[in-house]
Design a protein around this ligand. Structure first.
Ligand code: PGA
Length: 233
């Protein structure tokens, strides 16, 4: 079984103090792949610090007239190994739809990156339809072991209240039933040092995307420690 995966999604924030220290919590450990997702202007900083890193998003076209954007190919050339595809904030603020997000996944694979496809229901969507929503978001997914899936209910992001571990387990197990290849399925939305252990203990939770709590090195270290303890048990 592959290692637990924890993404630190720093969003549009500065890299946390001490991110580049030798004993930084943002470095991978024996049992946890820790990968940071900084703003694009900090990619070279995290590269120099020898962290594992990825990008928060990119365009599928290799180059062209897209002022203000960056392509997935350019991110790969800059040393990224991972790219988030269709994070709910990209869907909301940049109008990225399911088709476009799948083009990003394909471009990521073509450039030898690991796409992390983010799926999940929004606050406006009827929770009764969740299976239908997730199925639609996974339509056209190539069968490729490089892909990771992140289930992120956008209404719970930044709210301080994640979905319950039981709910997350049920939803992840449904997602797994739709996938052809062995795939790491991450949970994201309000993961913190208090709830990480309960969530990672679930059978079908293979890691996290951590937003707010990843900006606090003390809290983030505890989240990684919870994942390490769980993989040892
Ligand atoms: P949060 O963000 O941990 O602050 O809820 C998660 C995310 O947006 O990926």
């Amino acid at each position: 079984m592959s290692k637990t995966f924890i993404a630190a999604n720093w969003k549009m924030n500065p890299a946390p103090a001490g991110f580049d220290a030798k004993d930084s919590p943002y470095r991978q450990t024996a049992s946890v792949d820790v990968v940071v997702f900084p703003v694009v202007t900090d990619l070279q900083k995290v590269r120099s610090a020898e962290l594992m890193f990825g990008a928060q998003g990119g365009r599928p076209e290799a180059k062209g007239s897209f002022t203000g954007d960056v392509s997935i190919k350019q991110l790969a050339d800059a040393g990224c190994r991972y790219v988030l595809c269709g994070h709910s904030e990209r869907r909301k603020f940049h109008g990225e739809d399911d088709d476009y997000v799948m083009q990003q996944v394909i471009a990521a694979l073509e450039n030898n990156l690991h796409p992390i496809l983010c799926i999940g229901e929004t606050e406006e969507e009827d929770p009764k339809n969740i299976r239908h929503i997730l199925k639609k978001q996974l339509q056209g997914l190539p069968a490729d072991e490089k892909i990771l899936i992140a289930y992120e209910p956008s209404w719970a992001i930044g709210s301080g209240t994640p979905r319950t571990p039981d709910d997350v387990q049920e939803i992840h197990s449904f997602i797994r039933s739709l996938l052809e290849k062995p795939t790491r399925i991450l949970y994201g939305a309000s993961v913190n040092e208090d709830n990480a252990a309960g969530l990672i203990a679930q059978k079908d939770v293979d890691g996290f995307i951590v937003g707010g709590a990843s900006l606090d090195p003390v809290a983030f270290r505890k989240i990684v420690a919870a994942a390490e303890a769980s993989s040892a048990s």
